[in-house]
Design a protein around this ligand. Sequence first.
Ligand SMILES: [Zn+2]
Ligand SMILES: [Zn+2]
Length: 371
Amino acid sequence: MVSEDYYELLGIPRGADEAAIKSAYRRLAKECHPDRHQGCREQEARFKAINEAYDVLKDPQKRAAYDRFGKAAFHNGGSGDPFGDAGFNGFSDIFSSIFGEFMDPRGAQQNAARGADLRYDLELTLEEAFTGVEKEITVNALATCGECDGRGCNGLDRCASACSTCGGMGKVRAQQGFFVVERGCPNCRGSGEVITDPCANCQGEGRALDKRTLAVKIPAGVDEGTRIRVGGEGEAGVRGAASGDLYLFVHMKRHPIYAREGTTLIADCPLSFTTAALGGSITLPGLDGHKIEIKIPAGVQSGEQLRHRGSGMTVLNGRGRGDLVARILVETPTKMSKAQKKLLEEFRATETGDECPAAKGFFSRVREKFA
Ligand SMILES: [Zn+2]
Ligand SMILES: [Zn+2]
């Protein structure tokens, strides 16, 4: 028979905090998950009830309502399943939340001793990202203790003995409400042994804070947000357990000329109005060191994009390069000599309107409105 009371169901006192609720739920959901009890209706009902309880108790508002009114707080007219579909969304929901420890309980235990993963934010210039680069980075993190070589013992002898609290099992069982639950041993933190003569440098952990410098290779083509995993260079594990990984997060410095969209390099190029009208060419510095000449067709307009194929960014883990795009911004002169102004006025005197067809079309439509 499944208990009706949510707190009893989860085996926690009424004043339990969020963390206690969550950990109780995880333990129990794991214990009676239907995958472990093929077709057992009793376990399935219990599993469902536990999820229902957790759904209410994890939400402060629902919990407060439940504390005052009990399950009646959730009955709409008092019939049927109090939560309908909203309360329990099938197994996939739970699966995702406790996926890791669920799939491999032994893996979860090993993970407790594994070193944590580290994050390192690395800023690169566009040129560095273009060619790829080797960077020296300094990491300040828990590393294998040099005094005891990670064993945690003072001196060369083995100094671990079986933990008396859990008898070397690494787990203890405890009665919680209706259920017997198993959890990691608090004395040995799940390892099953205690260090009797700990190393003074690391207090038996087998790892201690250390500053180290390492060279990391950054491949060509990385971009803002690229993550690079350096296996085994994270925090050292407890007493020789596996190290975590180091993750480099790439950030891009601003470039004075180019913005970047994927493998495309984009340069906003202000262009004098005479060059825009008469045509010409501009030269841009390629990231590979070559000069890139871009022909400007006569009559180019603001906003036009002139593409130079294969002169853009390198492709990460791929071949070839993206394109380079010159985005034209025609610049109207703001400082002119008297002689230049005179020349322009002479030019205006010869204008028929056909020189700028867009302007001509627009203002003829305007005139129609005034007519
Ligand atoms: Zn040590
Ligand atoms: Zn123990």
